[in-house]
Design a protein around this ligand. Structure first.
Ligand code: VAH
Length: 349
């Protein structure tokens, strides 16, 4: 009686944490870990639960210094057995599924987007169900389409996206909600705005201009924008994105009224961002050369309504646009000056 009770206590849900014996935090596998968001999330979770608590994984080779920070393994989300071995051998509690082709690159390779974004998702969903893992899958403003209200876009409304990326993310949201209802899978999803950060290059999305403009400002002094000056889109600084993700994952399940939440921080247009960056780099020039990504942006939310996230788990952003621009310019100046404190810019994602 005593032994099994102790084991029970060790794996009981305490607050919002569910762990196997002995570890002081959840053991987390991050798929697509070397993309825009993985290394940042690994860093934050390792600060909380120790370097060994996060297994970063991808199908591309990591930079040497990434390996030094903590465990890294090869993981192809299209290979169920490969993932299963990692979950078992590394005693994984959570999967954070960052593997996906983003909006623009997905449109240029639909068959690969279908395989990675949909078949890959099926593998992690089935694995999470079988091993009773907590599963986080990011969704996006791209999960909405031209019929959705754009300003603001509510958490629940019509979703008929026009990109394979958007279609795959609506599929992920609905399949996750279904597995949660049917199999009690602890599935959690956040719809991210465009995420802006300085220590890795954007990953082939429609919001990438909002990162590229900073690099151009500090290198060529000229940014060529593929969106119209007035193309308003929701955006967020990486620190708010990572904090939202961790706070949400640590929220007790009973507090959640849904398993898919919009999260908002700010929304701006290319001309508004240009004006703010120009305060730091007065000689910055901009040229508008609109391309097919404008059609994608035209079908996306301009402002997110994230009242459900604020009500259910007290989400609140910390970083407004002016501060975001200041942080980006300050740190990228250091990066381009080769200042080691900012680490090397991750190779082009
Ligand atoms: C994209 N950056 O543009 C991604 C993201 C919110 C947008 O999904 O595709």
């Amino acid at each position: 009686m005593r032994k099994s009770f102790l084991n029970l206590v060790k794996t009981l849900e305490v607050g919002s944490r569910l762990y196997h014996s002995g570890s002081n935090g959840p053991r987390v596998l991050i798929t697509g870990g070397l993309g825009q968001l993985g290394t940042g999330l690994a860093r934050e979770l390792r600060k909380l639960h120790g370097p060994e608590s996060v297994i970063l994984s991808d199908i591309v080779k990591p930079e040497a210094e990434e390996i030094a920070k903590g465990p890294f393994v090869f993981a192809d989300v299209l290979d169920f057995k490969c993932l299963q071995e990692i979950v078992v051998n590394k005693r994984i509690d959570w999967i954070v599924h960052f593997s996906a082709l983003l909006s623009a690159v997905g449109e240029n390779n639909v068959p690969l987007a279908v395989r990675v974004n949909i078949e890959g998702l099926h593998n992690v969903m089935e694995l999470a169900k079988q091993y009773k893992l907590k599963l986080f899958v990011p969704s996006t403003i791209g999960a909405f389409g031209p019929e959705s209200p754009r300003n603001p876009t509510p958490n629940i409304c019509i979703q008929r996206p026009k990109t394979i990326y958007g279609v795959s993310k609506v599929h992920a949201e609905l399949l996750g909600e279904y597995y949660h209802k049917r199999f009690n899978l602890d599935f959690r999803c956040l719809r991210y705005p465009g995420i802006i950060l300085y220590d890795s290059h954007p990953g082939g999305g429609t919001t990438d201009y909002a990162v590229q403009i900073f690099h151009d400002a500090l290198t060529t002094g000229k940014h060529v924008c593929y969106l119209r000056p007035d193309a308003r889109l929701p955006m967020m600084y990486i620190d708010d994105c990572l904090r939202a993700t961790i706070e949400y994952m640590m929220t007790p399940g009973k507090q959640l009224t849904t398993r898919t939440y919009n999260v908002h921080a700010m929304s701006f247009t290319p001309e508004e961002l240009y004006a703010e960056v120009k305060k730091h780099v007065p000689n910055l020039e901009i040229e508008y050369k609109v391309d097919s990504r404008q059609a994608i942006a035209d079908a996306w939310p301009m402002v997110f309504d994230d009242s459900s996230a604020r009500t259910d788990w007290s989400w609140k952003e910390n970083i407004p646009m002016e501060k975001l621009v200041d942080i980006m310019i300050t740190n990228l100046r250091k990066v381009y000056a080769g200042d080691p404190s900012t680490g090397k810019l991750d190779a082009m994602a």
